[in-house]
Ligand binder design. Structure first.
Ligand code: CDP
Ligand code: CDP
Length: 222
């Protein structure tokens, strides 16, 4: 990855990683990697193939041979638009289960690294700064309180016209975060070289500004 500009953003569910990373990538004119989408696609492809999310070997094979295309805002699995389907909380739970397996993570590693080109890259997930792009010029750990994150997810679903139950969302986020943090493979945590950004009191524009100014400062220091 020598010479390639990489900004890694990790953090728990609904901390704003995806929205912030996309906006920052647009401003910097970098490519964008939504690594969580790959775990979600693996969970969906396994479900469609009738493979259990607890079957490490078979799920890893599915991850290895995923037929995925990212086209602007759309995600295609075997040519079919699954952009909305993969965002459901049930697929999020499946993603978190399959993501705990070393063989699955290994199967998705090269695919994630292939997003890093001379154009530069903003990547978001759980292990962007720790495992996938350990040499990233800037690593950010984005977070917010569990209450704020659940409220953000709730508002996001309502805005999409979907039904939402704040108590259920809070429960689901908490159990997914706990599983992601407790696993041995690439656990969710703030690593020593990542900049912590606590965003509970900040709106999206403010967080984007903060990330862009951290990037500028970092570039000036190199
Ligand atoms: O990717 P991740 O699950 O971390 O979060 P997201 O889907 O980007 O953000 C969840 C929701 O929170 C979105 O509707 C964002 O617009 C919103 N958000 C916010 O209200 N304030 C922020 N500082 C960051 C995100
Ligand atoms: O948007 P949200 O933060 O809720 O989830 P996501 O980023 O789409 O990730 C879904 C699940 O995939 C997470 O709960 C993690 O278990 C897993 N994941 C991971 O293990 N490593 C990544 N780099 C990205 C996601």
């Amino acid at each position: 990855m020598l010479g390639i500009a990489i900004l890694a953003i990790d953090g728990p569910s609904a901390s704003g990683k995806g929205s912030v990373a996309q906006r920052v990538a647009e401003v910097l004119e970098f490519a964008y990697l939504d690594s969580g989408a790959l775990y979600r696609l693996t969970a969906l492809a396994a479900q469609r193939a009738g493979v259990g999310w607890n079957d490490e070997h078979s799920v890893a094979q599915i991850a290895q041979s995923l037929d995925v295309r990212f086209e602007n805002e759309r995600v295609l699995l075997a040519g079919q638009d699954v952009s909305a389907v993969i965002r459901s909380e049930s697929i999020g739970v499946g993603a978190s289960q399959v993501a705990a397996f070393a063989a699955v993570r290994q199967a998705l590693l090269a695919r994630q690294r292939a997003f890093a080109t001379k154009q530069g890259l903003v990547a978001d997930g759980r292990d962007m700064g720790s495992v996938v792009f350990p040499d990233a010029q800037l690593k950010i750990f984005l977070t917010a309180t569990a209450e704020v994150r659940a409220e953000r997810r709730y508002q996001q679903l309502i805005a999409r016209g979907e039904s939402a139950d704040l108590a259920a969302i809070t429960r689901d986020l908490q159990s997914r975060d706990e599983r992601d943090a407790a696993r041995t493979e690439a656990p969710l945590r703030q690593w020593h070289d990542a900049l912590l950004l606590e965003t509970s009191g900040l709106n999206l524009d403010q967080v984007v500004e903060c990330v862009l100014s951290s990037w500028k400062t970092r570039m000036q220091s190199l």
